[in-house]
Design a protein around this ligand. Structure first.
Ligand code: C5P
Length: 221
């Protein structure tokens, strides 16, 4: 069983994907972590972030592992645990250069499919999972929420990670990421055909998970 969850930053995808995977007893794949890890690797090497070919070579060369844990995913980059380092605001912002490139996306899409094959049944989340990476998924979801609510969520995440930020700056960053995610030519954020749309603005994670779980069960019963 392959379940895809796509949606903009802060729509609740990661948490819901983890909860759904747990409830179904299957694995969870965080594809944003692959873009983040390559971004971090490039920043650590002081690469020119506008040099698409250098970034693509790096994406193909790094040794990246994603291991499910109780509360998320343990990510290693060339053997180094970067699970926390890939979540900084700087990596979020700079990941744009990695995500916008068709040649880098091709490398990461291949990696994501290989990770998926190894997992068997899984819930995957990102921007292009139902549209590009796993078009034959069993069930596809598209999660959304208003930009203001997503900014409040991001603010809380950053504060919890010890990176307090300003609401207006976070909202502006979210709006900019939305535009960038939706307008890139390769793997843009889209609602996949036949995807079930869930607006998470005024629902708790538990409510969203229950709705999605019922949907999966009704389709696979
Ligand atoms: O979801 P998350 O915020 O971790 O994504 C990190 C970066 O990777 C974002 O810039 C997003 O646009 C990009 N991304 C992507 N395709 C995916 C998952 C994430 O382009 N499938």
């Amino acid at each position: 069983m392959i379940i895809t969850i796509d949606g903009p930053a802060g729509s609740g995808k990661s948490t819901v994907a983890r909860e759904l995977a747990k409830a179904l007893g299957i694995a969870f794949l965080d594809t944003g972590a692959t873009y983040r890890a390559v971004t971090l690797a490039a920043l650590r090497r002081n690469l020119d972030m506008t040099d698409e070919h250098a970034l693509a070579d790096l994406a193909a060369a790094v040794d990246l592992t994603l291991t499910p844990t109780d509360d998320g995913t343990r990510v290693t980059l060339d053997g180094d645990d970067v699970s926390r380092d890939i979540r900084t605001a700087r990596v979020s912002e700079q990941s744009y250069y990695v995500a916008r490139s068709g040649i880098i996306r091709a490398v990461l899409v291949t990696l994501q499919r290989r990770l998926g094959d190894a997992l068997g049944s899984f819930v995957t989340e990102g921007r292009d999972q139902g549209s590009v990476v796993f078009p034959h998924a069993t069930v596809k979801f598209y999660l959304d929420a208003s930009p203001e609510i997503r900014a409040r969520r991001r603010l809380a995440d950053l504060a919890a990670a010890g990176e307090p930020a300003d609401y207006d700056a976070v909202l502006a960053a979210i709006t900019q990421r939305d535009t960038r995610d939706r307008t890139r030519p390769d793997g843009p954020l889209v609602k996949p055909d036949h995807a079930v749309v869930v607006d998470t603005s005024n629902q708790t994670i538990q409510q969203v998970t229950v709705t999605m779980l019922e949907h999966v069960r009704s389709l696979t019963r």
